[in-house]
Write a protein that binds this ligand. Sequence first.
Ligand code: ATR
Length: 281
Amino acid sequence: MSYHLGLIGYPIKHSLSPWIHQQFLNQTGLKGTYDLFEFQPDQDFSNDLDQLKEKNIHGFNVTVPYKEKIIHHLDALDHNAKAMGAVNTVYNRNGEWIGYNTDGIGYVRSLLNKFPQLEREKEKRILLIGAGGAARGIYYALMIFGFSSIDIANRTLQSARNIAHLRLNHVDTNVISLQKAETDLYEYDIIIQTTSVGMKPNIDHTIIHLSKVKTGCIVSDIVYQPIKTKFLTEAEKLGASIHFGHTMLLYQAQAAFEIWTFKKAKINNLDQKLERKLRGE
Ligand code: ATR
């Protein structure tokens, strides 16, 4: 058989997903294609989806601006996607479309792959900066993976509180301002930057000052354009171990590929290959 996979979203012309999934197909020896379906926001979304259904696609990814909108068009949702209120992966199970969310899970897989000792250190104090869709997925996934101390700092406190409502029983969460995060930064072992601050072209911006960061702290930024943000550059200068955002792309794709094909692709040296691609080499 040949897998028919793809991505819906807008704009997606520059998406790296076709490249990533082609690597997975090659590596696992499966036949298939991964196509881009760019649905214009001013067109009839239901109609676009009907046409996609006729193509009998095995599975597809969903990106901006359809991660929430797609939900009403699905037959079922897995519990992670339901809790997150967003879907990035759809699996066609015998004609039924099932929604999943692998964004947060992909992020945590990438973090654990770089820092495997965290598997035994789930009580480490985590600071999540930002309270958008990405932060929501990561917060939920960190809890599912067993982490127990996750504070959320955001410019708008109410958005952070909305995420904290997802809190599971084994978890402690405080919602704090960006100012408080900055002054109390030495309290945290892992800092995860999930906002778009520092993304090209605004590469000189950082969401908070890092001068109070603890030596040996893990500092992560989900922004991957540039690969090394100012936030990560400063963190490294101050003695932190840094974690790059682009690896999340690979692991969220790996989790989606697993849902569609039941095969776990290996990441191997794909992170270096992806890094070179992002640098335009
Ligand atoms: P996504 O869904 O991709 O995570 P989003 O929903 O637009 O993106 O969320 C953006 C996050 O970046 C929010 O936490 C936002 O803070 P607010 O909730 O206060 O809006 C944060 N953010 C974006 N630009 C910011 C800036 N210049 N300063 C501080 N926070 C910023």
